[in-house]
Design a binder for this molecule. Structure first.
Ligand SMILES: *Cc1c(COP(=O)(O)O)cnc(C)c1O
Length: 382
């Protein structure tokens, strides 16, 4: 069988028209009409008062967000624990001190109860860096309320959650600074790219200045601070404009995949799908399943996941089908071993989900028949 991916790029044709226009007008350089158009169209799509800046990566967007928040060496930043490392690495670029906040069980995102505890221990913290895992919105009302109470700013990492909604409002519009990613595996892709979304236009303009080498307004090259080369190219932005036309269609296909898994496992009560909150509309970027402890087997020394996770991933890999463990929590990562980790009540939820969870193929080009096969193979592992 042809390889079945977790999530691979799906192109539609319009992308080429925008790229062609960039070639026809010989506008290959960074910046230009596709960047401007992509930013404007994204702002319209998000139906919210945010100011968009197209960048070379989501990680770059998060870095500029941490800079905008004014983080300096030694400043404490309260961060999501179970997420991709790119959510939190930019804090390290600026010398900030991470404190990892555990996840809750209802959406697998930052637990407001643990966040509250983290603020009790670190009342000086002025920044919270939070991700929506796998396109599932976090408990935004609670998290924003706690941030407000402590005068802290929120960075929302919506890299996996573009098009997802919390109470009718799109993810990526809640924080003072927000990041999107268009990496190859995301719900829409530009091959590689990202976007910073700022509440204030002045912040967007300052981030643009930093993203383009921090050149002061002078006829010669004048620099008063350190700059970066983080801008998205005009060619790449063309892909994004074409993809954006199909974002809602991608979301609907992802949701159908999630529901087919749910249906497929309904006679196996020890399997549950990644949960989401009422009043939220996930984008279902990746469908994940969680296996009951009673059926999970021992935790393996190498890697740290339960035997059943390895068994399922091997059985699927034998048929050329990709799976992945859940993001390994940051407090379990050697590179962050010296950082503090705060739980709600002593129970390590992130570790538990990591040990017995698994990401399933969620590619929107997957046929019903292929998905049935995935489900059958998984069932045969029990
Ligand atoms: C993909 C991803 C990023 C990084 O985005 P890039 O565009 O690959 O730099 C950041 N955070 C999360 C949660 C992601 O999934």
């Amino acid at each position: 069988m042809e390889k079945l991916y977790l999530s691979s790029p799906t192109m539609h044709g319009e992308e080429m028209n925008y790229i062609q226009e960039a070639f026809d007008r010989n506008w290959i350089a960074p910046l230009g009409f596709n960047c401007d158009g992509f930013e404007k169209e994204m702002e319209e799509y998000l139906k919210s008062d945010v100011h968009a800046l197209a960048l070379a990566s989501g990680t770059g967007a998060l870095h500029l967000a941490v800079k905008a928040a004014g983080i300096k060496r030694g400043d404490v930043v309260l961060c999501s624990d179970m997420t991709f490392s790119a959510t939190v690495n930019p804090v390290a670029y600026e010398g900030g001190t991470h404190v990892f906040v555990d996840s809750e069980r209802e959406s697998w995102n930052m637990d407001p109860v643990a966040l509250k505890k983290a603020f009790e221990k670190y009342p000086q913290a002025k920044l919270v860096c939070m991700a929506h895992l796998y396109g599932t919105p976090a408990k935004m009302d609670e998290i924003l309320k706690i941030c407000d109470e402590h005068g802290a700013v929120l960075i929302e990492d919506a890299a996996e959650a573009l098009s997802a909604e919390y109470k009718g409002k799109k993810c990526g519009t809640f924080g003072k600074y927000n990041a999107l990613s268009f990496n190859g595996n995301k719900i829409i892709t530009t091959s590689g790219g990202g976007m910073l979304l700022c509440k204030d236009k002045a912040d967007r303009d300052k981030a643009l200045f930093r993203a383009t080498q921090a050149r002061e307004a002078a006829p010669w090259y004048q620099h008063e601070e350190i700059g970066y080369n983080y801008r998205m190219s005009n060619v790449v932005a063309g892909i994004g404009r074409g993809q954006l036309l199909h974002l809602d269609e991608h979301r609907a296909l992802k949701e159908a995949i999630y529901n087919r898994y749910k249906e497929g496992f309904k006679d196996m009560p020890f399997i549950s799908m990644n949960p989401y909150l009422k009043d939220t509309l996930p984008n279902f970027w990746l469908s994940c399943m969680l296996i009951d402890r009673s059926k999970a087997g021992k935790v393996e020394t190498e890697g740290g996941v339960c035997e059943i996770v390895t068994k399922i991933s091997k059985a699927l890999a034998a048929e050329n089908i990709e799976t992945r463990p859940i993001w390994k929590p940051m407090h379990m990562q050697p590179v962050y071993k010296n950082c503090d980790f705060i739980t709600a009540d002593g129970e390590d939820v992130g570790r538990d989900v990591f040990e017995r969870g698994i990401c399933l193929p969620s590619d929107i080009k997957m046929t019903d028949k292929q998905q049935e096969k995935v489900i059958e193979i998984i069932k045969s592992c029990f």
